[in-house]
Design a protein around this ligand. Structure first.
Ligand code: SF4
Ligand code: SF4
Length: 311
């Protein structure tokens, strides 16, 4: 496959030597944009498909250059120091250019298909040694479907294993086409009840669950690949026995299930919400205790599924 210079995507991060995004050592590309807005998202900078300003207050020296250059009046100074009104920002990025301390950044990077493949190829020795490869995450990678599919095709031709970490909230055709090239889907399940799902993620789960079934059928028909279910465990939101039983029931129906990962909620992303000027809705919710994680694992074990913590 000729790598077109013009096929271009937008990332908000690249993580090398990752051991949590699929088997072995991986290079994870985080694609920008997501149709969900989960309360607990630890990559909120990846939700918007367009660039969004992050203000890192700890780097700000209060020089006031941003006030002077912003055409929208988004910056001001009060007795307490610098103030930013995120709702006024139109994303011209002038303040990012002028800020002397890199306190302002937009956390996005355009990348061509050719550049991405080159980045992935740098880590081939690690993939070969560990059984790893490339993972596409986000955001929701299917928000940039043409770019994602081009990347998957190109990597397959180069015999680089690829995984896609998805919410499943995407047009079915894209998922089915991706199954032709990807070796693994990391499929996120959050809640079984559609109303609860809408409340906490912004969308219902009807499409997600029907896509999961169809994707499973497709992978089974191909005779290669698989689906790894990933469940964030969040006290008070999805850790009731009833919810976990329903999620275990969904996983148990999959013919191509490779495993279930229970990912305990953490608040590491909290500071990013402040940097972005976004509301953090998880205030006061603590990570699950070891006993709560064990209890969740036991629910899956009772359905004959070996679930593991983390991953
Ligand atoms: S330009 Fe940068 S360092 Fe100066 S006040 Fe604005 S954010 Fe702070
Ligand atoms: S990027 Fe936003 S905050 Fe910065 S100068 Fe432009 S409009 Fe103002």
């Amino acid at each position: 496959m000729e790598l077109s210079k013009n096929t271009e995507g937008v990332l908000f991060d690249i993580k090398r030597y990752s051991v949590h995004d699929g088997p072995g050592i991986r290079t994870t590309f985080f694609l920008k944009g997501c149709p969900l807005s989960c309360w607990w998202c630890h990559n909120p900078e990846g939700i918007s498909p367009v660039p969004v300003l992050s203000w890192h207050r700890n780097r700000c020296i209060g020089c006031g250059r941003c006030i002077a250059v912003c055409p929208e009046g988004a910056w001001s100074e009060s007795d307490g120091g610098m103030v930013r009104d995120a709702s006024l920002c139109r994303g011209c990025r002038i303040c990012e250019e002028r800020c002397p301390t890199l306190a302002i950044d937009f956390a996005d990077r355009k990348i061509t298909l050719r550049e991405l493949v080159k980045e992935a190829e740098k880590d081939i020795p690690f993939y070969d040694k560990s059984g790893g490869g490339v993972t596409f995450s986000g955001g929701e990678p299917f928000m940039q479907p043409e770019f994602l599919l081009s990347c998957l095709r190109a990597l397959k031709e180069r015999e680089i294993s690829a995984a896609v970490d998805t919410s499943g909230c995407a047009p079915l055709d894209y998922l089915l086409e991706a199954a032709e090239y990807a070796d693994l889907f990391l499929f996120d399940l959050k809640l079984a009840d559609p109303r609860e799902h809408k409340k906490y993620t912004g969308v219902s789960n009807g499409l997600i669950l029907s896509n999961l079934v169809r994707l499973d059928e497709k992978i089974a028909s191909l005779g290669r690949g698989g689906i790894n279910i990933r469940i964030p465990l969040i006290p008070g939101i999805n850790d009731s026995e009833e919810t976990l039983k329903r999620l275990a029931g969904i996983a148990a129906e999959l013919a191509t299930l490779t495993g279930v990962n229970i990912l305990p909620y953490h608040s590491i992303g909290k500071g990013k919400y402040r940097d972005l000027g976004r509301e953090y809705k998880m205030e006061g919710i603590l990570p699950p205790t070891e006993q709560e994680v064990e209890r969740a694992l036991a629910v899956f074990a009772s359905r004959g599924i070996k679930a593991v913590k983390g991953g």
